[in-house]
Structure formats: structure tokens, C-alpha cells
Design a protein around this ligand. Structure first.
Ligand code: NAI
Ligand code: MG
Length: 352
């Protein structure tokens, strides 16, 4: 088996953490007997500063042809905010029809959570976020700008098609896990969108009688998630609530250096794009202090998506094992990456 990966390292710490993720992927490929080919793409701040291009049509079409994409992070103090975040990352999510964003929230043994007394066995859930619609993706306009009557309108469009794609993915994932799904929304206030989401969960839930489903308001979720994460297995939610609660999830699991994500076209027609949740961290870029674990864990999601389940588990277990040691044995970006890659070959797959 050969998997053909596109690599967009991007800016700041992006290329460094991506290089460490690839080190682990290659170690896993060697150990589990598959091949990985990589093609690097020159996209990000340098490219934009050089020729004013955030994402060109040729690159998009080439990226579409790979089995999966590994992305580091983009964003640079020399580039106006949004140019790369919207013009490259969000543009790719839209072009590749990434209707679903996957965000595991797992506390690994030995990692300190800011939630006092939280133990790893109580924190293992996945947030499935709709990735293309809602208030987060909606356009808008402002009328009477600059007057006392200035009024900003921000649109939230919610289609049954995108919601079904997202909820269907979440139910299938729940069936493969602990068979519990929670819809997170604000149906008592956002009544129209709420009815649509609730209806889709009821409808698709009929096809999954073995998966229990319930409902939690987004504001209440901000209390339940840190205090009783054991309540949750798969949480499915809209784009804006997903943006907010997945950052809360990252905090609970020990920080941005540990939070992984995948952007997926649930129809399978386009390659998935896997990226750490963190940005380019210009404040520590080049210092060797970036934790590559989030990038490694994102690569593990990528391997699982490509059907390499043993390798994906090994990568996650190796990253978890090294993360658990960092308090006593801190290390540089390369040091951590090397330790994870070495451990991929010796990790006990039954340990997770
Ligand atoms: P950030 O995630 O880059 O950094 C926030 C804080 O967390 C910083 O103090 C940073 O040093 C720390 N941090 C982040 N990743 C870390 C890691 N792996 N190990 C250790 N510490 C880590 O967010 P910030 O500073 O708001 O944004 C920086 C740039 O990144 C901006 O241009 C922003 O727009 C962009 N960005 C890009 C994203 C993407 O490419 N998908 C996502 C988020 C932000
Ligand atoms: Mg965010």
C-alpha cells in the first residue's frame, strides 16, 4: 500500500512541527509495512509576500489529487490578518468540501489538565463540528455605517444537506466508539436552525438504534465539558459552537500543543486535511520550543482516515507516552519528535 501525502508546512512553527509529524509517519510506515510518498507545497506567508498568492487554482487541483493533506499552520505578522487563514486554510476547506471537522479531546496519562482532579479515563470524547455553514461561515453587511443607526447583519445559513452529512458522520463514529451521541446547540433561542438540527438527529438516529443520543445547550456545555467530560462520547455541533467548545476541549486536555484536528469530506470524494489546532505561534517560532505532539496526533487521524488503523493507534500511543514524560523530561521540538518516532516501533498497542 502507498499513501500519497501533500504537505503544506506553512508559517512559523508550522514547518517544524510538520517535519516531526512526518518523522513519525515514516517510522510507522516502515514498521507496519506501507509506503508514504510526500509532496511539499510552497504555500503560506513567504509565497504571499513573494507573489501575492494565498492559494492558486493549480495548487488546489494538485492538492485534490493526493490521498490526504498534512497542514502545519499559517499566519505571519508581516501579512494582514485573515489573508492566509481565510485565503488558504478556509479556502481549502471549502474547495475540498470538508463538511466535517473532527476534534478529539483526550487527556493522556501524565498530562496535567487545568481541571483539578480530572483523570484520563474520564476524558475521551470527540467533537464533530459542521465546517461550512452557520453564523461562522455566513456573510453579512452593515447599513448606515458611521451613524448612530449603524446596524450590522450577520447571516446564518443552515442546510439539511450539510447537517445530514455532519450528523451521519458523527453517528457512524459513535457506533465505532461508545455508542453515545450528544447534539450541542442552542435550540431554545436559535429556534429555526435548532429545529433543523434536532430533526436531522432524530431522522438519522432512527438508522442507529444502537446509538443513544441526547441534547445539551451550548452554554451548559461550557460547564459540563470541563466538570463531567465522562458524560460525552461523540458531540456533534454547528460551526460556531464547535469553534468555541473545541478550544475549551483543547484547554481541558492540556493545551494547544496537544490538540489535533481533521477536515473531512464525508462523501470521500476529496482528500482530508489534517492539522494541529494551534496556529503558527510567531512568539516561539524558531526557538525549538514548539510541541510537535498536536501535529503528530493530527497525522495519526490522517493514517486512521487512510485505513492504517494499527499505525494510527501506534502513533497516538507513542505521542501519549512521550507527552506523559514531558513534565519530568522536557525537550525541544526535534527532541520530542524523535522520541515519539522511536517509540512508534516499540509501543504496546493494547496500552491505549
Ligand atoms: P497560536 O495557536 O499560534 O498561539 C497561541 C499561543 O499558544 C502562543 O503563545 C503560542 O506560543 C502557543 N502555542 C501554540 N502552539 C504551540 C505548540 N505546538 N507548542 C507550544 N506552544 C504553542 O495562536 P495565535 O498566536 O493567536 O496566532 C498566531 C498566528 O496563527 C496568527 O496569524 C493566526 O491567525 C494564525 N492561526 C492559524 C491557524 C491555522 O493555520 N489553522 C489556527 C490558529 C491561528
Ligand atoms: Mg478556533
Amino acid at each position: 500500500r502507498t499513501h500519497d501525502l501533500a504537505v503544506v508546512g506553512g508559517d512559523g512553527i508550522g514547518p517544524d512541527v510538520t517535519a516531526e509529524a512526518l518523522r513519525s509517519v515514516h517510522a510507522a510506515a516502515g514498521h507496519f509495512g506501507f509506503r508514504v510518498t510526500t509532496t511539499a507545497y510552497d504555500l503560506g506567508a513567504e509565497r504571499w509576500l513573494r507573489d501575492g498568492v494565498a492559494l492558486d487554482e493549480t495548487s488546489t487541483e494538485k492538492l485534490r489529487g493526493h490521498d490526504a493533506i498534512l497542514l502545519g499552520a499559517v499566519g505571519d505578522p508581516r501579512v494582514p490578518p485573515g489573508v492566509l487563514e481565510r485565503g488558504l486554510v478556509v479556502a481549502l476547506r471549502v474547495a475540498l468540501r470538508h463538511a466535517v471537522n473532527v476534534r478529539p479531546v483526550r487527556l493522556y496519562p501524565g498530562v496535567e489538565s487545568p481541571v483539578r482532579g480530572l483523570s484520563p479515563e474520564r476524558c475521551d470524547l470527540v467533537i464533530i463540528r459542521e465546517n461550512t455553514e452557520g453564523l461562522y461561515a455566513g456573510g453579512g453587511s452593515t447599513v448606515h455605517q458611521g451613524t448612530d443607526h449603524a446596524t450590522a447583519v450577520q447571516n446564518s445559513i443552515n442546510t439539511v444537506a450539510a447537517t445530514r452529512a455532519c450528523v451521519g458522520y458523527a453517528f457512524r463514529l459513535a457506533r465505532a466508539r461508545r455508542r453515545r451521541l450528544t447534539l450541542c446547540h442552542k435550540t431554545n433561542i436559535l429556534v429555526e436552525a435548532g429545529k433543523l438540527w434536532t430533526g436531522v438527529v432524530e431522522e438519522i438516529g432512527n438508522d442507529f438504534p444502537d446509538v443513544a443520543h441526547d441534547y445539551v445547550h451550548a452554554d451548559a456545555m461550557c460547564q459540563h465539558l470541563p466538570l463531567t467530560p465522562e458524560r460525552f462520547d461523540v458531540v456533534v455541533t454547528d460551526n460556531l459552537f464547535g469553534d468555541i467548545i473545541s478550544d475549551l476541549g483543547a484547554t481541558i486536555q492540556g493545551g494547544l500543543g496537544l490538540a489535533a484536528s481533521g477536515n473531512i469530506d464525508p462523501t470521500g470524494a476529496n482528500p482530508g486535511m489534517f492539522e494541529p489546532v494551534h496556529g503558527s505561534a510567531p512568539d516561539i517560532a524558531g526557538s525549538g520550543r514548539a510541541n510537535p505532539a498536536a501535529a503528530v496526533l493530527s497525522a495519526a487521524l490522517c493514517l486512521a482516515h487512510l485505513g492504517e488503523h494499527a499505525a494510527a493507534l501506534a502513533l497516538e500511543a507513542a505521542a501519549a507516552s512521550v507527552l506523559g514524560e514531558l513534565r519530568d523530561r522536557p525537550d525541544s521540538t526535534t527532541g520530542i519528535g524523535t522520541r515519539i518516532a522511536e517509540r512508534v516501533r516499540e509501543v504496546d498497542l493494547t496500552a491505549l
